[in-house]
Design a protein around this ligand. Structure first.
Ligand code: SF4
Ligand code: SF4
Length: 129
């Protein structure tokens, strides 16, 4: 009985289309909700480090002194936690998967955001009130 069940399963597998695709030779299926890879916008980052603290895979490293934000693509599990928690909205999730043959492990980006200088307090105005 078990033999017949096994033969039936084997024949079904041989005669049906494969359940997997030959990615990256065939494009991966994706939707608007697909999580491809994290995208960083250095012009908005405020170097708060929240993404680094919230990343469960320790894939992000923010270095304030060097003004760099880096991600280890091999560690990232594409959980979206950094994107959800970034207060400056400078992280987003692209639906496009990175090609596995060309991806670098660690990618380093420069933080280009410059904190605006606060205008000096108007002492004369404040004293007159
Ligand atoms: S998507 Fe998840 S695992 Fe990847 S860097 Fe962001 S928090 Fe870390
Ligand atoms: S990417 Fe967002 S959460 Fe991470 S350091 Fe920059 S501003 Fe903060």
């Amino acid at each position: 009985m078990v033999f017949f069940e096994m033969t039936k399963t084997a024949l079904k597998s041989v005669l049906s289309k494969p359940a997997t695709i030959l990615y990256p030779f065939e494009p991966a299926k994706k939707t608007d909700l697909s999580r491809g890879h994290v995208v960083f916008d250095g012009s908005k980052c405020i170097s708060c480090g929240i993404c680094m603290k919230k990343c469960p895979a320790q894939a992000i490293l923010v270095t304030k002194e060097a003004k760099t934000w880096q991600i280890d693509r091999f560690r990232c599990i594409v959980c979206n936690s950094c994107v959800d928690t970034c207060p400056a909205k400078c992280l987003s999730m692209d639906t496009q998967y990175t090609a596995p043959v060309s991806v670098k492990g660690v990618e380093v980006f420069t933080i280009t955001y410059v904190k605006p200088v606060k205008p000096p307090a108007d002492k004369a105005g404040a004293a007159g009130e």
